[in-house]
Design a protein around this ligand. Structure first.
Ligand SMILES: Cc1cc2nc3c(=O)[nH]c(=O)nc-3n(C[C@H](O)[C@H](O)[C@H](O)COP(=O)(O)OP(=O)(O)OC[C@H]3O[C@@H](n4cnc5c(N)ncnc54)[C@H](O)[C@@H]3O)c2cc1C
Length: 390
């Protein structure tokens, strides 16, 4: 039984209007259409995947420190595994595993607990000693390494292709996508969403979803709902292509880095910067190149003579506990949000899209519990912070 009134789609009226043409907006529109709700429009102010999605590393990981995140990520992996068959696009999805390296005693002790919890959830994850890491990956310098965890079913994919795949499927099923169309305002009357005002005209609707990524807070201000997110710049480097030999994503929270090799052979690598100030900033810095490259050449000596080809930046939309904020407003009827992913929105987007589509259409999510991600959790002072974030 649908929660929303059925209207016939025409050029200025939809049941669901989604703000943002990144992985969240397109995954959600795809699942709405798949569940039979075809009166759906996605509004993207620039081109599809122009936000964080098209700037991300494409890593897909299930090794999280909280049980709920492990469940959400495991559901997402099930959906990524079927992406080509279900959505109809090869997104270079590759389950080469995630090798999580620890250089810190407290973190290593926490990893032991995480692995136990992850195994209870049915995840096939193992602990590796520095010697085992060296045997498995002789091209990694293990100096200072205390331990690692490894999960073979983790992996990576091409984020642009994922968005394009969803977009093509949405259009095939009868949904609409408006690129270069900015949502300027959300029309609310008597506490209920009734339309959106865009750079291409006014559209009536019953439901609006904020999937605006780095612009999530400003977008929410359009309906007077405060979402406690802030956007921080994250830079990323891509090298020239080498023959493929590095199957996994290597990541370290204590070492502050991540790196993977794409299907085309390039290495994609990045780190976080604790001195970064909040705000949209797409500039890049030499300091980032110097710091990251000298660190990475120490751990991955084969990078020494590899040329850097590109360097760009994107935004992490952060929440106070480094977990996404997903749910529906109890102040404005028909207003939903899926924001604040804190640097891991690509990997969970299929499961989030599915769960949010179910919540919009049926009043509750059926495949994965996302109720713990509602903004109301910040009213409770004992929030659990996700620790496994770079
Ligand atoms: C360097 C870097 C590396 C990352 N690596 C990973 C990784 O390995 N794995 C992972 O899972 N995640 C990673 N992330 C995080 C990931 O990119 C994001 O969490 C995810 O892409 C969020 O998707 P989204 O669709 O919610 O937001 P976005 O992709 O940012 O999409 C939001 C869209 O909304 C549009 N928009 C905003 N306001 C309006 C408006 N008013 N009207 C119309 N359109 C609007 C924007 O133009 C934008 O395209 C990384 C991020 C960065 C920056």
């Amino acid at each position: 039984m649908s929660n929303i009134i059925n209207v016939n789609s025409n050029s200025n009226q939809y049941n669901v209007c989604i703000i943002g043409g990144g992985i969240t907006g397109t995954a959600l529109a795809y699942f709405l259409c798949k569940l039979g709700e075809r009166s759906v429009a996605v509004f993207e102010k620039s081109y599809l995947s122009s936000g964080s999605t098209g700037r991300c590393a494409g890593g897909i990981r299930q090794q999280w420190s909280t049980r709920s995140n492990v469940r959400l990520a495991m559901r997402s992996v099930k959906l990524f595994e079927r992406f080509k068959e279900d959505v109809g696009m090869d997104i270079e999805y590759f389950q080469g595993g995630y090798l999580v390296l620890s250089y810190d005693e407290e973190e290593a002790a926490q990893f032991e607990k995480n692995v136990q919890m992850q195994k209870e959830e049915g995840l096939n994850v193992e602990i590796l000693s520095p010697r085992q890491v060296k045997e498995k990956y002789p091209y990694i310098n293990t100096d200072g390494l205390l331990m690692a965890t490894f999960c073979q079913t983790d992996g990576h994919a091409n984020p642009h292709k994922a968005v394009i795949g969803y977009a093509q499927a949405i259009r095939r099923m009868g949904g609409h996508i408006y690129t270069h169309t900015e949502v300027k305002g959300i029309d609310v009357q008597a506490g209920k969403v009734i339309g959106v005002d865009t750079s291409n005209g006014y559209f009536k609707c019953n439901v609006v979803v904020n999937a605006a990524g780095p612009w999530s807070r400003e977008t929410s201000e359009m309906v007077g709902v405060d979402l406690p997110t802030e956007s921080y710049r994250h830079q990323i480097i891509v090298t020239e292509a080498l023959e493929n030999f590095f199957p996994m994503m290597a990541i370290s929270f204590s070492g502050n880095f991540y790196m993977r090799q794409t299907q085309h052979g390039q290495f994609v690598l990045g780190q976080g910067d604790k001195d970064e100030k909040p705000g949209i900033n797409y500039n890049v810095t030499f300091r980032f190149e110097e710091e990251l490259i000298s660190k990475m050449v120490r751990t991955f000596p084969f990078l020494k003579n590899v040329r850097m080809m590109r360097h760009w930046s994107g935004m992490y939309n952060m929440s106070p506990d480094a977990q996404p904020i997903i749910g529906q407003s109890d102040k404005v009827k028909g207003y939903y949000y899926a924001v604040g992913y804190s640097g891991h929105g690509f990997m969970v987007a299929p499961a989030v899209g599915e769960a949010l589509a179910e919540l919009i259409l049926f009043g509750k999510s059926l495949h994965t519990d996302i109720s713990y991600l509602d903004v109301k959790r910040f009213e409770n002072m004992t929030i659990e912070k996700e620790k496994n974030v770079v």
